[in-house]
Ligand binder design. Structure first.
Ligand SMILES: Cc1cc2nc3c(=O)[nH]c(=O)nc-3n(C[C@H](O)[C@H](O)[C@H](O)COP(=O)(O)OP(=O)(O)OC[C@H]3O[C@@H](n4cnc5c(N)ncnc54)[C@H](O)[C@@H]3O)c2cc1C
Length: 386
């Protein structure tokens, strides 16, 4: 795929996923959230159709595509009102890291399940005392014979309750200070000493966030993914797809909100013409559409570079795409809610809950300010204040 135009295959994937999303739709997800459940049926069907593992290698049950394809899947499900947040972590981060750096046994053990959706994996890097400064993470891995023993805390980790395991970012004990020397461990959900507490979020989402405690969690040698000395490279191999997928999540949500607002503005009439005829309503919606399209263009560039093996080039583009998509999504949702007037805040129309949901893409996995910092320092060569 060139970053500017999509191939016929991509267009076909886009419309097939859109059709699946339409069959489930917003009402399906709203019901699952209200009942405290998860979109299991959609997840299973998307897995069976090969969408969840579209980026993973064919020899391990995946579709043999890349992040370009997986981002199409997430964007289209989001545009239909039923995004699957776990796509960001399970196949995109964890699947990618295992496919690129895992041992043969790890690939065989995990990739077929991550591809068909029968297994999922969460991802945990954020810590309460480190936050945006991941160089400060203190979750520590100590060797004991051939085993690893992990201790530390994590916060805001999504989907730990439904994931079979969490890919935990720690650091080796001899690298407790100084710059980050991360290493990645597969921690099974029921591992002894692996505790979780659900965080009470003001978010209407099927996927919950958790605070985790790792209290001397003993893991076999093969829980370590990849090389303990090449951790940073491996970590970034997973974080670029995460940024691209967060952009896809945001663009999908923005498109969903915008389409609801456009439908409403075409019909709702309180003077002579529908409210959509007033430019004060029409122009901000047109602007939201343009901003979402622009964000998608940068997302496609980032996915293209990443899939072509340019990890460094993809880093800048993935950050910019995440920034642009997060901002476009927040503005699209805000304008959509406003377009519906009072109905924008009713449960029946279901748009108000997107206000908090849209903010997530501005904060996670890396905040707007940290991307502006990245561009200030890496791209523009400006000095650092921290
Ligand atoms: C819904 C949700 C799901 C999440 N899921 C996951 C997950 O699955 N796995 C995971 O590991 N993490 C997850 N996170 C965590 C997320 O990645 C962090 O919240 C994010 O990285 C910000 O960290 P923080 O919350 O500690 O904010 P802080 O780092 O405390 O930042 C607070 C504010 O200060 C600003 N700030 C900080 N440093 C600077 C600076 N140098 N210059 C300018 N401004 C600065 C930030 O931009 C932000 O606005 C999730 C978060 C949310 C909300």
């Amino acid at each position: 795929m060139s970053p500017v135009t999509e191939t016929d295959e991509h267009k076909a994937l886009r419309s097939a996923v859109a059709a699946l999303g339409k069959r489930y739709g917003r009402a399906y997800l709203t019901k699952a959230v209200a009942e405290g459940g998860h979109p299991d049926e959609l997840w299973a069907e998307a897995g069976k159709l090969g969408y969840l593992g579209v980026n993973l290698p064919e020899e391990y049950g995946g579709g043999g595509g890349g992040i370009a394809e997986l981002s199409i899947v997430l964007e289209e499900l989001g545009a239909a009102g039923c995004p699957l947040l776990m796509l960001v972590v399970s196949p995109a981060i964890c699947g990618t890291v295992i496919a690129r750096f895992g041992t043969e046994e790890q690939k065989r053990a995990w990739l077929p399940g991550l591809s068909d959706g029968s297994r999922t994996m969460a991802f945990g890097i954020t810590e309460p005392d480190a936050g945006s400064n991941s160089h400060r993470i203190t979750t520590t891995a100590r060797r004991d014979g051939t085993d690893w023993v992990l201790s530390g805390r994590k916060v805001f980790i999504s989907g730990v309750d439904i994931a079979d395991a969490t890919l935990i970012v720690g650091r080796t004990e001899d690298a407790r200070t100084g710059s980050l020397k991360p290493c990645l461990f597969i921690v099974p959900r029921d591992a002894e000493g692996f505790g979780r507490r659900q965080i009470d979020m003001e978010l209407s989402s099927a996927e919950k966030q958790f605070e985790l405690t790792l209290d001397e969690v003993r893991l076999p040698a093969d829980a370590l993914v990849g090389d303990e000395d090449a951790g940073l490279l491996q970590l970034f191999a997973g974080l670029n797809p995460e940024r691209v997928m967060t952009a896809a999540f945001a663009i999908g949500m923005g498109r969903y909100a915008l389409s609801r607002a456009v439908e409403y503005a075409r019909e709702r009439t309180v003077w002579k013409a529908p409210i959509g005829a007033h430019q004060a309503i029409a122009h901000p919606l047109a602007q939201a559409h343009i901003e979402l399209e622009l964000a998608r263009l940068m997302m496609q560039k980032a996915a293209y570079l990443y899939d072509a093996g340019d990890d460094i080039g993809a880093g800048e583009a993935a950050n910019m795409a995440k920034y642009a998509a997060g901002e476009a999504c927040v503005r699209a949702v805000d304008q959509a809610v406003h377009t519906l007037g009072g109905n924008g805040l009713t449960r029946e129309f279901g748009l108000a809950s997107l206000i908090t949901a849209a903010r997530v893409s501005r904060i996670a996995p890396v905040s707007r300010e940290m991307i502006l910092n990245y561009v200030s320092h890496q791209t523009l060569g400006l000095p650092k204040s921290y």
